[in-house]
Ligand binder design. Sequence first.
Ligand code: DGL
Length: 359
Amino acid sequence: MLFHKSVRATSALFGFLFLLMTVVQAQTAKLPNVTILATGGTIAGTGATSTTTVGYTAATVGVQALIQAVPEITKVANITGEQVFQIASENMGNEHWLQLAKRVNVLLAQPNVDGIVVTHGTDTLEETAYFLNLVVKSKKPVVMVGSMRPSTALSADGPINLYNAVSLAGSQAAIGKGVLVAMNDQIHAARDVTKSNTTTADTFRAAELGMIGYIQGGKPFFYREVTRKHTVDTEFDIAKLDALPQVDVAYAYANVGAVAVNALVAAGAKGLVHAGVGNGSLPAKTKPALVAAREKGVVIVRSSRVGQGIVARNGEANDDQLDFVVADTLSPQKARILLMLALTRTSNTKDIQRMFYTY
Ligand code: DGL
């Protein structure tokens, strides 16, 4: 009698466990598969005290610890984590970008990967975002995320930013929108977003061109479409590239001369972005050096230090005569990225100008 009771109890227990496993599998099967690629930054940073919001150490917490610190993300996606590198993003280099982009493309080509989150320092987050926006060859979501306060700080913004980024990367609504930046409950397009404040949590802005949506309660709400080509619609392919052409930025200001331009050209720049004053104006003491650089075959792009607005072709300089390119609305740091990729395809300035009006 006792034996029969214990058999019944055991089979009931196994039946329950099987049912539970089936439910969990069904739930998991419904969730999107999101891979988190960790690169470092403040989101992985630690400070000496809970009130240390400057003077902390970036890039110390590993990807598994980041994931474990936000268990809620496992409710919105099946998570896999990879530590691609562990650096403060002021140290991001072309070689990091190529390694990261190649890993993103390999992962997104896998049918069992629905989206990717890249955790990153905020200092150059906008640059990595734009680079990936031009070279990722998938419509699947790629979402960049960071934080302005280290993980140890009071009201650290990393956890909620990571939760939002994972929710966004797993959402159908984010498909085909290019690389996105999810910070401070806002969704930004990679091309137009920039870090606008040295320390505050609302630092990522696209000023006049605006954000494209919000994340509220873990759900994305889009209000704008991305108009410039990106990802699968670009002509750039980094699969076989081991390096990118050397392109630098020369910053203009009152009383500037030609030293920086000449030094950058002498150091081997193949392209030079001039961060001009106003509408991309060329100071008289700098212009001859830019003309000489062009004569040596260096491609010159006129951008502006101003931060908003179009640098007009043939406005402050006769670009047709000088054979210069204008950056449209791209910041100097983003114009550098597009010029680097353009130079992997052509040195024809008419073709390069087309690219600046396309991406
Ligand atoms: N060192 C800076 C960086 O890694 C810290 C800023 C941040 O990540 O928010 O970009």
